[in-house]
Design a protein around this ligand. Structure first.
Ligand SMILES: [Fe+2]
Length: 264
């Protein structure tokens, strides 16, 4: 794909977002949240791609995947007024369908189109699919890392920010109860990604977000995670107990092994 293709696609994205802008303050906050998230994921993608020394072509394709990874969020919110897939629609699938419906990617080669469509479709799947082309798997892994690195930012801003600035669709409506589920905590020690279906409280959800560390694919992603101090910042919003303190040390040790034993 060419630089002109990138310029066209960026303009297409920006126009598409604008078509969902609303005079309702709440709705607009939720739409802006996803637009900003997209730009941050594009930045993360560039940061990871540069550290992985991708060539110019691969960088453009990675940027396109990042630009469109959450395109399904816009029609999802318009139709259902929520970002919760479990009560509406899988936004990865909806995103892939949206791009196909609009013929957005038609200036790209068939191979490139396939990469973008599949990466959008699977960016939010529980795990990376196995039966795809190697290049598609690579771009799926890349968007999953870039996305998680920004979802941590979104939630930290949500937990830390003033009430009036909060976008209503960020929370999952989970009860804010003290403590957490023992089996969720045990899953983290097994280095397993916690499934959304097993969580009961907001604290469980925070533990689930920490478990995404075990789903990161590339060494530069672990460096970005460390630089941004996400483990300390996320655990600071959990009960300040010895158990959580020990968990935080365990997670940081894991990240350390990822940043010291592998080539950046
Ligand atoms: Fe997403």
């Amino acid at each position: 794909m060419t630089k002109d293709d990138s310029i066209f696609l960026n303009k297409w994205f920006s126009d598409y977002c604008k078509s969902f802008y609303s005079l309702d303050i709440e709705d607009q906050k939720n739409i802006s949240l996803k637009e900003r998230h997209t730009f941050k994921v594009c930045e993360n993608t560039t940061a990871i791609s540069e550290r992985l020394s991708l060539n110019e072509d691969q960088m453009r394709l990675a940027g396109t995947v990042a630009l469109f990874h959450d395109i399904g969020r816009f029609p999802q919110y318009a139709r259902y007024k929520t970002f919760r897939d479990s009560i509406s629609v899988n936004h990865g699938l909806l995103g892939a369908e949206t791009l196909q419906e609009h013929g957005t990617l038609q200036s790209l080669s068939p191979d490139e189109q396939e990469v973008v469509i599949q990466a959008v479709r699977f960016h939010n799947a529980f795990s990376v699919p196995k039966n795809e082309r190697d290049d598609i798997i690579f771009f799926i892994k890349l968007i999953r890392d870039a996305d998680k690195l920004d979802i941590w930012r979104v939630f930290l801003e949500h937990y830390e920010g003033p009430e009036e600035s909060k976008a209503s669709a960020v929370g999952l409506g989970l009860p804010e109860m003290p403590g957490y589920s023992e089996d969720v905590l045990a899953g983290l020690y097994k280095k397993k990604i916690v499934s959304l279906s097993t969580i009961r409280t907001l604290n469980d959800f925070k533990l689930l977000q920490l478990s995404w560390i075990f789903d990161l694919n590339f060494t530069p992603s672990f460096f970005l995670l460390s630089e941004r101090r996400y483990i300390d910042r996320l655990t600071s919003h959990l009960p300040q107990t010895e158990v959580i303190h020990r968990l935080s040390i365990f997670l940081k040790e894991f990240v350390k092994t990822k940043t010291s034993t592998l080539r950046q």
